[in-house]
Design a protein around this ligand. Structure first.
Ligand SMILES: Nc1ncnc2c1ncn2[C@@H]1O[C@H](COP(=O)(O)OS(=O)(=O)O)[C@@H](OP(=O)(O)O)[C@H]1O
Length: 321
């Protein structure tokens, strides 16, 4: 028996055992992992501690591998989605991005490392994490599939042009380069054609990335959230995720409400029987730069063909004009 960095007791056996619990919702919650990983130890995390997150205080909590992962897309509304889902009593979400399956160094730490980063949960709860980078990562689909081929994947997609603008706004802020011009960023300054080698643009070519996931996961295992509707009508999208995850209905106007000051929907978290209001921080919902009409039109036309390929792939259309 050893102690994990966070103080929980860990027993390590040589023979691989998969300890799984089937919940009513058809989820198999795994509290340890078996093989195919850089470290092939069997890890059982034993924990009878209560935690202070304000969630239920029962015994039987342990770190569990995710039963569902929000794989992207960057600027698709992934933070809002995971924060909303985290108020559902059947969901326990890691609120930090894990970058486990997309980052070779993290992945090299092994499944034990990943497991210990997961929040504590009960057997009937679904553990979730979100890392938008997974969607565009070459390695993530195969690595996630190796961990759990029946895992449920959630993908929030937003109008690809709006997504590019949102991504640009974040990059400008992060680089402190507020003078950077959007038109020059996305269009070649001699031909005025859309640039081919800008990551911000290629992230929005959704069918290219999704094709890799569909080589391993059937479409029915990937739930697509309309990231634009998540902003304007989150309840509808959250109900869709509840159905996909097979968890009881929880989301209603009581816990998801529009905050006029914030200009976004916010949530009420139940802590010790009392509701506490909570909105996302200022880095979500940034002001977008002004984009000239002709530049926007050019981008819309550029993504049109790609969008059609996506719509055929998923058997669903979005009004992304
Ligand atoms: N309820 C609520 N509150 C605040 N923000 C909301 C909400 N729902 C969706 N969004 C939109 O989420 C966009 C950020 O997406 P992500 O969280 O996926 O961004 S990131 O990739 O993790 O950086 C962010 O995009 P921008 O508005 O372009 O900043 C938000 O519009």
């Amino acid at each position: 028996m050893t102690k994990a960095p966070d103080g929980h007791l860990i027993s390590e056996n040589d023979s691989p055992i998969l300890k799984s619990n089937s919940g009513e919702n058809g989820f198999v919650s795994q509290s340890l992992e078996v093989n195919k990983y850089p470290q092939t130890t069997t890890v059982t995390v034993i924990d009878n501690h209560t935690v202070t997150s304000g969630r239920r205080q029962e015994k039987g909590r342990s770190h569990r591998l995710p039963g569902a992962i929000i794989i992207g897309v960057r600027k698709g509304g992934t933070k809002a989605l995971i924060e909303f889902l985290n108020i559902h009593p059947q969901v326990v979400a890691a609120t930090d991005e894990m970058h486990f399956f997309s980052d070779d160094d993290n992945y090299g730490q092994g499944m034990h490392w990943y497991l210990n980063k997961m929040p504590m949960s009960l057997p009937d709860q679904i553990t979730m994490e979100k890392t938008p980078k997974y969607f565009i990562s070459q390695a993530a689909p195969d690595r996630i599939h190796s961990m759990n081929s029946s895992i449920r994947l959630v993908l929030a997609l937003r109008n690809p042009v709006t997504r590019v603008i949102s991504d640009f706004a974040q990059r400008v802020e992060n680089m402190g380069d507020t003078g950077r011009n959007f038109t020059e960023y996305v269009l070649d300054n001699t031909t005025w054609e859309v640039k081919q080698d800008v990551l911000c643009l290629t992230i929005s070519i959704y069918h290219l990335h999704l094709a890799r996931w569909l080589q391993l996961f059937p479409l029915k295992q990937i739930h697509i959230v309309d990231g634009d509707r998540l902003i304007s009508e989150p309840l509808e999208e959250l109900k869709g995720v509840e159905r996909f995850l097979g968890i009881p209905r929880y989301f209603s106007e009581e816990v998801v409400y529009f905050n006029a000051t914030r200009g976004f929907y916010c949530m009420k978290k139940k802590v010790h029987g009392l509701y506490t209001a909570s909105c996302l921080g200022a880095t979500k919902g940034r002001d977008h730069p002004h984009v000239e009409g002709w530049v926007r039109d050019k981008l819309v036309r550029y993504f049109d063909t790609h969008n059609e390929k996506l719509f055929r792939m998923i058997g669903r259309r979005f009004n992304w004009s």
